[in-house]
Every structure is written in C-alpha cells, then in structure tokens.
Design a protein around this ligand. Structure first.
Ligand SMILES: Cc1cc2nc3c(=O)[nH]c(=O)nc-3n(C[C@H](O)[C@H](O)[C@H](O)COP(=O)(O)O)c2cc1C
Length: 366
C-alpha cells in the first residue's frame, strides 16, 4: 500500500516523499521585494518535505497586492531566490516557485500608476478586505477591466517570471490559479463578466489560464509545471454559479499539456476545509478529468492525509499551517509525535520570531 513516506515523480521532479509544503505568504521580503535573507534558513529547515511550493511570488509590480511579498521579475529578486534554492538543494529538497498575479485584490497603493488594480471585469469583490503596504485592512477598490492587449502583456509577464524562476534555480513552477486571484477571477463567473473571447462560456473563461500555462510550459516543459486550483473556496469574494462545470472543463482542458501536477485545495471528508458537502465529490471529478498527479490540500491531519493517499484520492498532500509551525513535520508524522502550535500573530510580517525559530523535535525533546 502506498504511504505518505513513499517517493513519487511529479513529471521530471523526483520527490523523496509525498508530503509537500503548501505555498505560504509570510510578508517578510526586503527592499525591492527581494526574499528576506532569513528565507534561506526558513526554507532549508523545511527541505525534508518531498516538495516545497514557495510562497506566492508576484510576476510583475502590478501583480502585487500584499505588503512585502517577494517578486520573481527582477535580477535582484533572482539573486535572493537563488540563495534559497541552493540551500534547499544542499539539504536534498526540491522547490518550485508559485507564480502570482493578484488581479483585483491589488489596490492603487501597489500600482505603478497609482490607479486601482486590474481584473477581467470592473467588478468589486463583495466580501473580504484588501491590505495596504502598511498592513492596514481597507475596502477593495473597483478594479480596471483589462483590455485584450493588457491580457496578452500579462501572459508575457508570466513567461518572463518563468524564465527568471529558471535562472533562480527552482525545480519548476506552480501557476497560482486559486484563491480569488487573477486566473481564478477569469475562471469564475462572479468576477468575469466579459463578452469577448475571455468571458462567457467555460471555454472562454478558461482561455487566460490556458494561455498562461502554455507560456510557462514553453519555458519549462510541462513536466516541471504544476497548477493550483480552488474550485469551492470563496476567497477574496470570488464565486461561480456552477463550479463543477467550469472546473471539470478547466481540468479537462489542462489534461493534454501533461503537467507535472494539479494542486487542489478541497475539503477531504472530515477536514476543516470540507466547507460544503459536495467538495470531495467535485475533487474526484476534477482529478479524473485532469488525469495526472494530484496534490491535495486543506485542513489535512496525519490521519486524513494517510487515508487520502491509501484510498487513492490523492497522489501526495500539501500542508500549510502544519508546515509553517513544524519544520520537521515529516519526522514528526513518521513518529506520530506531537506538533508545535502555530503562532498566528507572526504569520505575516516581522523577522525570525515565528519564522525560523519553531523548534525541531530533537530540540523540543532535549
Ligand atoms: C499564512 C498563510 C499564507 C498563505 N499564503 C498562500 C500563498 O502564498 N499561496 C497560496 O496558494 N496559498 C496560500 N495560503 C493557503 C495555504 O497554502 C493552504 O491552502 C491553507 O493554509 C490550507 O492548508 P492547511 O490546512 O494545511 O494550512 C496561505 C495560508 C496561510 C495560513
């Protein structure tokens, strides 16, 4: 029987186990949106996980929407990330960069021209808050609807960021198409009201995602590219009138690429993330439509994760908060040892506290 501790190949990326670190924004980047030097230690501490998905990294200045999030589009940022990937590789780990454009979640304070952020349509999110560069929670702004030329330019920004990720020594990239950010805004009909070839039908709403994936695959090859989807969560006010139809279509359309993995945020039965009863059923339809390796995420405990692997509902799992608070989560799960409690006050911003100082099992037991 397959277990969490068995190796797996995600396309061309060989993983020593099936426990991945989920992408976690920590808002600690320094001047120029360059990764904090402490990120080198933070990620290296977590290299026993089979795969690390980096915190979301914006592909352009205009794609940023939170304070101190690192980018992956300047030479300086590449240097910062190279130190991280080298340290992870030195510890025998694998790391992919999560490529991010927040779309309408950005507010004018982040935009080079001081105007609101961009989105498929000028639709204000009806729930959630934006965060200013000073960490203040404010109301969202009505975004600017993208022109077709601007959409094409953003596809180009993804390709550029993919190139930069390669220069920075990553093992691949994950396209962030989840959690109410730009690609998710195109997919879901609550935020996409376009009447051109990027809106309306499920084919049209998937177009931007597919163009981004094609551009990134052209840089990396499909066997080093993954994608993250969140069909059912309403993060940042995104919603769809019929998630099953759009997401099964999206997964079917992704299938011919032969991507390295699909990273799915969905509720397993019994997990905290099982926000609605249909989620596990939808996850299984999406998995079947995609046809490649699936990394499952969301509220997974050791028991739920083992069950999902053993019953074939996931090929591997990813952990967010448990990995943030437990650098040695793999060893702890192997021994069924207790876990460190996460400190929410230090999730976003700050320095080493709550970042690189969570104890390892040996230190905790000493
Ligand atoms: C502090 C924090 C930062 C996060 N940042 C990101 C991110 O940058 N990209 C992303 O796709 N998801 C992000 N997420 C969502 C996590 O990747 C994950 O989906 C979520 O925490 C649920 O998994 P878990 O129950 O194992 O924590 C973040 C979550 C937390 C708690």
């Amino acid at each position: 029987m397959t277990t969490l501790f068995d190796p797996i190949d995600l396309g061309a990326i060989h993983l020593k186990n099936r426990i991945a670190m989920a992408p976690l924004t920590r808002s600690r980047a320094v001047e120029g949106e360059v990764p904090n030097p402490l990120a080198v230690e933070y990620y290296a501490q977590r290299a026993s996980m089979g795969l690390i998905v980096s915190e979301a990294t914006q592909i352009s200045r205009s794609g940023q929407g939170y304070p101190n999030t690192p980018g992956i589009f300047t030479e300086e940022q590449v240097v910062g990330w190279k130190a991280v990937t080298d340290a992870v590789h030195a510890k025998g780990g694998k790391i992919v960069a999560q490529l991010w454009h927040v779309g309408r979640v950005s507010v004018s304070a982040y935009q080079p021209d001081g105007l609101p952020g961009f989105a498929p349509s000028a639709v204000l999110p009806d729930s959630g808050k934006a965060m200013t560069p000073d960490f203040a929670l404010v109301d969202f702004e009505t975004p600017r609807a993208l022109t077709v030329e601007q959409i094409q330019a953003i596809v180009g920004d993804y390709a550029h960021a993919a190139e930069m990720a390669k220069k920075a020594g990553f093992d691949g990239v994950e396209v962030h198409a989840a959690n109410g950010y730009l690609i998710d805004q195109f997919l879901k009909d609550g935020s996409n009201k376009r009447d051109d070839s990027y809106g309306g039908s499920v084919e049209n709403r998937s177009r931007f995602m597919l163009e981004v994936v094609a551009a990134v695959v052209a840089v990396w090859g499909a066997d080093r590219v993954g994608i993250r989807l969140s069909p059912s969560n309403g993060s940042n006010g995104t919603k769809d009138s019929d998630p099953e139809t759009i997401f099964v279509h999206a997964a079917t359309a992704l299938r011919p690429f032969g991507l390295a993995f699909l990273h799915l945020i969905e509720g397993e039965p019994g997990s905290q993330m099982a926000s609605w009863e249909g989620a596990p059923k939808l996850a299984s339809k999406i998995r079947d439509a995609f046809g490649g390796p699936v990394m499952l995420n969301g509220g997974l405990t050791r028991e739920l994760a083992q069950k999902a692997i053993a019953e074939g509902r996931a090929d591997l799992v990813s952990l967010g908060v448990p990995a943030l608070a437990n650098p040695d989560i793999v060893a702890r799960w192997e021994k069924n040892a207790p876990l460190n409690a996460p400190d929410k006050a230090t999730f976003y911003g700050g320095g080493a506290k709550g970042y690189t100082d969570y104890p390892f099992l040996e230190t905790a037991e000493a």
